[in-house]
Write a protein that binds this ligand. Structure first.
Ligand code: TYD
Ligand code: MG
Length: 454
């Protein structure tokens, strides 16, 4: 009888241990180890028939295959993929349930009507998918649907059908009968993803994998998968909001600073080619005391609105209070304005609020905070098309910040016309490629002059 090996696997990060442990040594998560049985595999080794793989080659000897990209004809998606689908690439679409992953995948499958697409659904029945397709209103004779979750069966069907594009909805529902653990566990996800990756690379078929992420981030999968796949797309947006943002967090064939905006309507997802239409819809009044900062949140660029209120202090000591922004940093910025630029704020109450309840600790927010304080103090609004990205130093100088190109391209992408950055931020950066007007400032008083003195 085959010996049954067991191993304990962290359901958060996929680390393995021979015995159960309470706290994961790798990711620090508590109580995340689950016992998993591994059946002894008989046919473990993979035989490659491709002779190229049998011996190492000199890089100069390798013939590059330039197969060209496959356009999905969903412009926002093509762009964030770096110009279409690369043959043989594996793309993970992650996002919370209900965000629209299945809808997007089905739209891709239906739009590519010159190619044979196979949509494997482990979550919904083919009838349910048909109902969604009727809603989306695309017709396609080359789109095949299969309700199956056993990996080995899926491989048989793909061999028979030979699709040009394969879509898996979702990777968490697939399982391989080589492993005894249930679908959705780290070892199943790893196994099925590795097999599908091998399938993609050997047949040059692009494969879309859909993966869920819960609000707590507790569901295994996407974290483990990120290392395996070529591209990771993250679908975001809250369920009450109509807009959906698709971001690349990893891309072996393009930039990761791209983002695509979609709108969920009655007939599926619609592209929003001009994102400022989203922004304008949210803000219709021009008020003093608000400014926009181009920040980086973790790996992502994010434009946020800073609101400031400056008013005369009625009772004794003036108040300085901020929500979402460090209070001590606010105190420092106000002291800089007072000492280095001559603004009399010591008898004023100053309140700062970051709209949307976001917290920021990116130093690049400084310039926008100063701009909104000045705007409120003078009661002169700042144009809605202007944003800011720079740090402010103690001497009143405007300092460079990291990843300035990403901040500028995000602002440009979101439809801003002008961005204020530090004069010292242009070294080694090609600013000419941007269409947005880039204003370089060196000191706080320079910012004041170019913003408010016309
Ligand atoms: P879905 O794509 O199933 O999300 P996921 O696969 O990420 O879980 O559906 C997303 C939501 O969108 C669902 O609540 C129904 C809604 N929806 C529309 O509003 N309009 C449409 O045309 C479609 C197809 C779905
Ligand atoms: Mg779905």
């Amino acid at each position: 009888m085959a010996k049954v090996k067991t191993v304990y696997v962290c359901q958060n990060c996929g680390a393995e241990s021979a015995k159960w442990i309470g706290k994961c040594y790798s990711c620090g998560e508590w109580n995340s180890y689950v016992e998993q049985k591994l059946a002894k595999e008989s046919n473990k080794s993979i035989v490659f028939t491709d002779s190229d793989k049998l011996h190492p080659l000199k890089i100069s000897e390798i013939v590059s295959k330039n197969e060209g990209r496959i356009l999905t004809h969903i412009a926002e998606l093509d762009r964030i993929l770096g110009g279409g689908l690369v043959p043989g690439s594996v793309i993970l679409i992650g996002g919370e349930p209900g965000i629209g992953k299945s809808t997007l995948a089905l739209q891709v499958a239906l739009k590519l009507n010159h190619l044979k697409t196979l949509y494997i659904s482990g979550e919904e029945s083919p009838q349910q998918i048909k109902m969604r397709a009727e809603r989306i209103k695309f017709k396609n004779e080359n789109c095949f649907i299969l309700g199956e979750t056993l990996l080995e069966n899926i491989l048989i069907h793909t061999q028979n059908l030979q699709p040009d594009i394969l879509i898996i909805d979702s990777i968490q529902t697939l399982y391989s009968d080589k492993l005894e653990s249930s679908a959705g566990t780290v070892s199943q996800i790893r196994e099925t993803a590795a097999t599908l990756l091998k399938f993609a690379k050997t047949t040059h078929t692009p494969v879309f994998l859909i993966g869920h992420i819960t609000k707590e981030g507790s569901l295994a999968g996407p974290k483990v998968l990120e290392h395996v796949v070529d591209t990771v797309l993250q679908f975001e947006g809250d369920q009450n909001n109509l807009y959906r943002i698709l971001r690349t967090t990893k891309n072996r064939f393009g930039s990761t600073s791209e983002l695509g905006i979609f709108e969920m309507g009655n007939e599926g997802l619609r592209e929003v080619p001009n994102p400022s239409e989203v922004l304008i819809a949210q803000t219709d009044e021009v008020l003093s005391g608000t400014s926009i900062a181009s920040t980086i949140n973790g790996a992502r660029p994010l434009l946020i609105e800073i609101q400031a209120l400056v008013s005369s202090a009625v009772y004794g000591t003036p108040q300085r209070s901020s929500t979402g922004f460090d209070n001590r940093r606010l105190g420092m910025l106000l002291a800089v304005l007072e000492k280095r630029a001559g603004f009399k704020l010591s008898q004023k109450d100053v309140f700062i609020n970051i709209a949307g309840g976001i917290k920021v600790d990116d130093p690049a927010t400084d310039l926008a905070v100063i701009a909104s304080v000045l705007s409120s103090n003078l009661d002169i609004p700042i144009d809605k098309n202007i944003c800011f990205a720079a740090e402010v130093g103690l001497t009143g100088e405007i300092r460079p910040v990291s990843r300035i190109e990403q901040r500028i391209s995000e602002a440009e992408k979101l439809g801003f016309m002008k961005i204020f950055i530090s004069r010292y931020n242009s070294k080694g950066v090609d600013l000419k490629r941007f269409k947005i007007d880039i204003v370089k400032v060196g000191r706080v008083d320079e910012l004041f002059r170019s913003l408010f003195k016309k």
